[in-house]
Design a protein around this ligand. Sequence first.
Ligand SMILES: Nc1ncnc2c1ncn2[C@@H]1O[C@H](COP(=O)(O)OP(=O)(O)OP(=O)(O)O)[C@@H](O)[C@H]1O
Length: 260
Amino acid sequence: MHLSLDGLTVAIDGATLVHSLSLDVPDGSVVGLVGPNGSGKSTALRCVYRALRPTGGTVRVGGDDLASLKPREGARRVAALTQESSSDLDFTVAEVVALGRVPHQRGNGPLTARERELCASAMESMDVAHLAHRGVLTLSGGERQRVLMARALVQEPRVLVLDEPTNHLDVRHQIHLLSLLREVGVTTLVVLHDLNLAAAACDRLGVLSGGRLVAAGPPADVLTPALVREAFGVEATVVPHPLTGAPQLLYRLTHQEGTP
Ligand SMILES: Nc1ncnc2c1ncn2[C@@H]1O[C@H](COP(=O)(O)OP(=O)(O)OP(=O)(O)O)[C@@H](O)[C@H]1O
């Protein structure tokens, strides 16, 4: 299902945090949003999972204005894994994952056999099946992140919105999660800090700086030394990955005058 941000603007207390952001995420594609700290990535994403109402512009999901959809219909279409996703209650892992089915359920009936199978397979896929009976509050940061991703998958969304989903994950689980996005084939908008992972995982990238989209396109077109210098203030050498051809950034740590 196609996701599009059309002239999205967010102003809070007189400060414009996102300036007229237009970005398309075609059906089944993975689009990455990158940019320095405070550039507006999470703010833009919050409008897509309806934690924030934009001041201007529209978020369209499958052609429909998200703001016009009933909350349940919105939740059937869009699942989010965000910095705010957490559970303060000591549910078990299996219970938290099963919560992903709520937008599809009528009343408080038990899960169907298909839904139980869906939960089992999502937990297996995110490598948390062995934690099914553990309380989520006892989990490590990475384990909790994988549980929340399993919950998002169980929701069977048409659009996935992920804010730094690899935060907390070790390198094996980072690669697994990002590879999974391709396999699942769900339209995905994902904020990533690691530009090399973003280049490998995404069909297209959008670069935010100061709340404005300063570049958008395939990773090889976007991740140039000039763009990285301008947006991030960093010197990088860009080389093609020897196996995949995806652009990879090499950095050199610079010595600061006056430090040992
Ligand atoms: N509710 C708010 N009130 C005032 N300022 C806010 C609010 N929410 C976010 N901001 C500011 O808006 C800017 C963009 O924040 P946002 O969280 O979208 O950035 P980001 O690109 O996701 O950053 P990071 O990479 O650090 O996660 C920041 O300067 C932040 O301090």
